[in-house]
Design a protein around this ligand. Structure first.
Ligand code: ADP
Ligand code: MG
Length: 228
């Protein structure tokens, strides 16, 4: 089986007027299907840039990236959007829930845009809310939930298209330690169910829950680039 991701000599440079920001420099990285990895590094080290490229939100400036054995280095926006929607669930530091929608409605919102019939959408939402342990909160509004519960709704929503890969950028950044631990437990359980988890964090304590740490510094990978 080909690796899930294979990055070779990958670079990303942002042009800011006269100034070039070299956010990633000549990165080699392999991630296998079914892994639980943490991308760890200080603020500004290039973690989010790396996640945006792995998440098909952005393209590298140089180098190559394969996904499931297929070269995806130069795909256009439409193709990348399709991969994002079909293959990946995204979780961010901000929960991005809509205040006027219930837990159930927030969770199934992505399906509304795909014209999935209401009954199917509700069934699928209940399935993913069960996976994050929130079936007893489906009629609550976001402001009636703890931060950890809100992030669990965001995780449920990210699972609604049944992706096998989850990308999480600082998912515990807005949470106290108790709620953060609960969210890490959810990721562990999803990993146990067969999902690949890629977790981006500046916090070594959070990263220690992953099975491999990829240490990023100044746009390069210091350690953890190869699979075991
Ligand atoms: P991290 O997520 O580790 O904090 P980022 O990947 O966000 O780091 O940023 C890496 C570097 O690239 C930083 O110096 C940042 O200022 C710069 N950078 C990130 N995004 C952009 C952008 N859209 N335009 C210009 N520079 C950027
Ligand atoms: Mg970041």
């Amino acid at each position: 089986m080909p690796p899930l991701f294979q990055l070779r000599g990958l670079s990303k440079t942002y042009q800011m007027g006269e100034v070039e920001v070299r956010a990633l420099r000549d990165v080699d990285l392999t991630i296998e299907k079914g892994e639980f990895v943490a991308i760890l590094g200080a603020s500004g080290s290039g973690k989010s840039t790396l996640m945006h490229i792995i998440g098909f939100m952005d393209k590298p400036t140089a180098g190559s990236i394969t996904f499931e054995g297929k070269d995806v280095s130069a795909l256009g926006e439409q193709e990348r959007a399709r991969l994002r929607g079909e293959k990946i669930g995204f979780v961010f530091q901000a929960f991005n829930l809509l205040a006027r929608l219930t837990v159930l409605e927030n969770t199934l919102l992505p399906l509304m845009y795909q014209r999935v019939p209401q009954k199917d959408a509700t069934d699928r939402a209940m399935e993913v809310l069960d996976a994050v342990g929130l079936t007893d909160r489906i009629s609550h509004y976001p402001n009636q939930l703890s931060g950890g519960q809100r992030q669990r709704v965001a995780i449920a929503r990210s699972l609604i298209n049944r992706p096998r890969l989850l990308l999480a950028d600082e998912p515990t950044g807005n949470l106290d330690s108790e709620n953060a631990a609960a969210i890490l437990d959810v990721f562990k359980q999803l990993h146990g169910d067969g999902h690949t988890i890629i977790l981006v964090t500046h916090d070594p304590a959070v990263a220690s829950h992953a099975h491999r740490k990829i240490q990023v510094q100044d746009g390069t990978i210091l350690d953890g680039a190869a699979t075991r």
